[in-house]
Design a protein around this ligand. Sequence first.
Ligand SMILES: [Zn+2]
Length: 130
Amino acid sequence: MEYSKRDANILSDAWKESNEYMSCPKCGKDMIISQIDPINSSDENYISFDTIIECSSCSFKLRSESFKVLGGVKDFDLKKISIGSWSDSGSRASLDYEHVLDYNMLKQLKESGELVEFLIVNNHVVEIIE
Ligand SMILES: [Zn+2]
């Protein structure tokens, strides 16, 4: 199975239509994200993983790339999030992505300043790993 631009478009549609969690474009059930192998790249701050996104109910399956970022919620709105993180050299960095996360959860995280891991697939923050 090859990662394709068409898959990426289906993915972003799936995220757009789901306010809380990514749902299957075919049957509407939850999707399961599994990271498989690290993808070697020399000049990125974060290790990307070859990632399979599959439906928990039907046979729908996609392949994409994902990575994790440790940081805190700096700012957010209903669509976008700014993550306060650090670069390899230790300097502070601000990373901006679209997200599909719960608004109240983000509000709590911003207020507490807690550091968490964000899972980013196809430039969308799709999950928080605590
Ligand atoms: Zn499905």
